[in-house]
Design a protein around this ligand. Sequence first.
Ligand code: BTN
Length: 265
Amino acid sequence: MKLTPPNLQIAFRNVTDVRHFFFYPTIGSTNDKAKELAQKGAEEGTLVVADCQTAGRGRLERHWFSPPGLGLYTSIILRPQVPAERAFGIHMAAALACVEAADAQHLQSVVGIKWPNDLVAEGCKLAGILSEVGLQGGLVEWCVVGIGLNVNHTHADFPPDLRDRSVSLRELCHRRIDRLEVLVQLLEALFPWYDRFLQGGIEALDPEWRRRSTLLGRTVRVETAGETYVGTALSLESDGALRIRLESGAEEVLHAGDVQLVQYR
Ligand code: BTN
């Protein structure tokens, strides 16, 4: 089904956690719109969906390729009231939901989570998640979870600089995919993971996250703003930071960075 307001209305009838939605044929960034709505008091479960983004953003203000008709670009407003240092759990819930939505398409490949915010398959990026928060007194007042998922792109649809490091659901299962169906599956998976996080914290999500992590137990190279670290990815800290054991045996806790797998264990 096409991404249109009437179709979204029908599709969300059974997704009771979606309270309101805003659809845009074209928008700058669904995250920017959702942040604006959140700051004006939009309630939890408000969703922004676009067919196309002209200024889709990723981590470190990187551009997110968002052509019409091919990808899923959505941002969800949540109001978890958890301490700021626990906010990564929302991001984890979104990553697990994306994995489930991808799995629901019966892909021939395994989809994994690459810390901090990528979904990967066959060594290429399938989706990215950009979570942004507004804090009040040390608590998360609102969180906008922005998800960009490559759905119906062919290899040639990606620009040359992304072509060899991006993949879509369509490429992974050799058929066109219904974006609306994927969106519903994503939301149906997200809210239960989110509830689990609210009840049990990051620890409640950690076993499944670990199971789907492409990094834990493997040798990684992490480039941060000033340094490059090589070591074994050990675990996630309670705030979502990545703990690695360096070749020297010392351990380092990294809060952000670009990660590459160096070798398998
Ligand atoms: C990343 O890989 O760094 C995250 C990419 C997140 C892209 C999505 S698309 C929907 C939402 N709106 C944006 O501007 N960004 C996110």
